[in-house]
Design a protein around this ligand. Sequence first.
Ligand code: SGN
Ligand code: CA
Length: 521
Amino acid sequence: MNYRYFVLFLGLLVLACNPDQQEENPEPPNIIFIMSDDHGYQAISAYGHGINETPNIDRIADEGILFNRSTVTNSICAPSRAVMLTGKHSFVNGKVDNLQPFNWDQPNFPKVLQANGYQTAMIGKIHLDGLPQGFDYSMVLPGQGHYYNPDFIVNGERKRFPGYVTDITTDQTLKWLKEMRNPDQPFCLLYHQKAPHRNWKPAEEYLTLYDDITFDPPANFYDDYEGRGSAAKEQEMEIVRDMRWGHDMKFVVNPYTGDTTALAGQLKRLSAYQLKNWKAAYDPKNEAFVKADLKGKEFAEWKFNRYIRDYLRTIKSVDDGVGELLDFLDETGLAENTIVVYTSDQGFYLGEHGWFDKRFMYEESFRTPLLMRYPKEIKAGTETDALVQNLDFAPTFLDYAGIEAPEEMQGESFRDLVSGEDPSWRDAVYYTYYEYPAEHMVKRHHGVSTERYKLIHFYYDVDEWELYDLQEDPREMNNVYDDPAYVEVQEQMHQKLDSIRAEYGDSDELDQKFLDAWLNR
Ligand code: SGN
Ligand code: CA
C-alpha cells in the first residue's frame, strides 16, 4: 500500500468508527417538487372533502405527511412561484403581481443546489418570463400555455408537442428521469402541471367523467356578502355572474345571444380527431341545457356543475401522472432517498362564497394543499397544523441537501418540524396581494393570520379592516372587527400585523411603490 492509499484507508476507518461524522455526510436526497396550478385542497381526497378521489396524490401523505394549514404569501400564480424559488416575500423578490418582470438573477434554491453538485431540471408551467436560471434542463410552457397541443420552450427553444398538456408534462418528466438524469449526481426536479388552471379543458379520455354525478355546491355558495366590507361584494369572480359562456361553460355559440364565443377560436388548436371527441362529449350536454331553459337555483347549480366537473376532470389527469411517477420511483428503487412534495401555487374557490379563482386571503385561496414524503425522515401517516408557507420551500430543500440557505432567504426550514425533532414553529403568517384594479377585481390587501384569528386590511381605493375568528366562523362569513367582544383580539392582531410587517421588511412606502408601478405599467 503506498502512502496515499494508506491515508485514504485511515480516513475511511475513522469515518466507519465515528457514526456522528457519517450522519453529517449522508447521501444527499433527491428532490421531486410537484406543483399544480390552482389546485384547491378541497379537491384532494386526503383532505376529506369527499368531492373526488385522488388516490395517487393521497399516497404521498399516506406514506408521509399531510399539512392542514399550509398557506401562500400571495395568492396568485407568478408571484407565488417567485416566492417558492427565492424563499423571499413578493415585496422583497420584486415579483408582486403577474405582470411585473421577474428578476432571474437573484439567488434561488435550484441555483444553490446546482452549485453544490445537484443536477436540476424544470418541466411544465413556471409562468415567469425569461429563461429559467438554475436548471441544467428546462422545458417550460410560455406564459399560461395551452391544454391541447401545447408549445414548450425547451432550453430556450420553442417547440410544439402534440397531445394533452398534463400527459406531455408527465411523459417528459419520466423521460428526463430515465434518459437525461445522471445517476452519479443527486437531482432536483420541478414537475409543474398547468392543470387545473382556467379554462379547465379535460383530456379526451375524461371528457364525460362525472357526467353521472351531480355535485352539491358548498354551504356558502349563495353568499350575499353581508357582514363584511366592500371587497367581498365588489369582486368579479362569481360563478353565476362572471363565468363566460364560451371560455368557461364550453359553448361555441352563446345560448342567449346567438353570438360565436371565444371557444370557437380556441378549438381551432385541436386536431380533427380531438375535436370530434370534444364535440361528441359537449354538444349533447349543451343542447340539453338549452332545451331545459333553467332558471334561478337550477340555473346556478347547472353552471356550478359544469365548472366543477371540468375542474375535477383536469385533476384526474394530474393524479394519473403522480401515480406514474411514484410507480417509477418504486420500480427503480429511488423512492427511499427521494423527497416528494405535492403542492399548488395557491388554493382555489370551488363555489365557496359563490366564487371561482383565488387572490383573496380568505381560507380557500390562502391555503394550499401540501403533502410530502421522505421515508428516511418522515413517519408514514403524519399530519400537522403548523403554519408553513410557500416561503419555506427553498430553505427546507436546502436544509435536506445539507446546504446553508443564503442569508437573504426569509422562510424557515420545516425539516426538523416534520421529522418530529423540533416541534417549535412560528405562530403567525403574513400575506400580501397587489393585482388591482385588474381581472376579477380583488382589492389590494395584506394581513396576518394566527392559528385562530385573521386580520385583513384592504387599502388603495378603500380603507377597510376585517377580523375573522376561524374557530367560530371557519367559512369567514362574519367580520368581527367592530364586535365589542373582540376588542382585545383586534388590538393583539394589530400588534401582530405591525410586528410581522417590520420583521419581513414590508411598509406603506413599499405598498405605494408597487401601486405606482402597477398604475404606470
Ligand atoms: C387568467 C385567467 C384568470 C386568472 C389569471 C391568473 N383568465 O388571466 O381567471 O385569474 O389567469 O391566474 S383567462 O380568461 O385567461 O382564463 S394565474 O394562476 O396565472 O395567476
Ligand atoms: Ca395559479
